[in-house]
Design a protein around this ligand. Structure first.
Ligand SMILES: [Zn+2]
Length: 149
């Protein structure tokens, strides 16, 4: 097997440069998988070159803020729905259903913010991964609790 030397490409300027590697999160993995399916994969390693560290930080921050804002809007909408549900008639099944709907709303809203997605550098904290882990954990707890009934 011929091992091709991987090019390192800056995610900001797209030029072949060395720099800080980006963090592999689920978005990057998903893009890679899709590219693999459509045979578009370049096999490049993505980095942020020294010239674009500030730019990358800014764009990552913008994305994270957008993500939190959208998820927050989803949460507020979900809570309003729950309150309406409780006011109409209180029953535990409906409450659990609304809670699942709340989580779904937050996820959908978070997905909407992906249009401005920008990867984090390996040196930055992995808030996206953490958030995904948390949501998965909460969802699992909810589902097992519902199943026990
Ligand atoms: Zn660059």
């Amino acid at each position: 097997m011929i091992v091709k030397k991987q090019k390192t490409v800056c995610v900001v300027c797209g030029k072949e440069k060395s720099g800080i590697p980006i963090r592999e999160d689920f978005v990057i993995r998903l893009i890679r998988k899709l590219k693999g399916i459509f045979k578009l994969s370049t096999g490049n390693r993505l980095v942020v070159c020294n010239e674009h560290i500030e730019e990358a930080k800014k764009r990552r921050e913008r994305f994270e803020k957008g993500l939190l804002t959208y998820a927050g809007i989803g949460a507020v909408l979900g809570i309003i729905l729950i309150l309406i549900n409780i006011l109409i008639s209180f029953d535990i099944i409906r409450l659990l259903q609304s809670l699942l709907l709340l989580i779904l709303l937050v996820i959908v809203m978070a997905l909407l913010s992906l249009y401005q997605y920008f990867p984090a550098m390996a040196t930055q904290p992995a808030i996206l991964e953490e958030a995904v882990k948390k949501v998965t954990r909460v969802t699992k707890v909810k589902v097992t609790k519902t199943k026990k009934k």
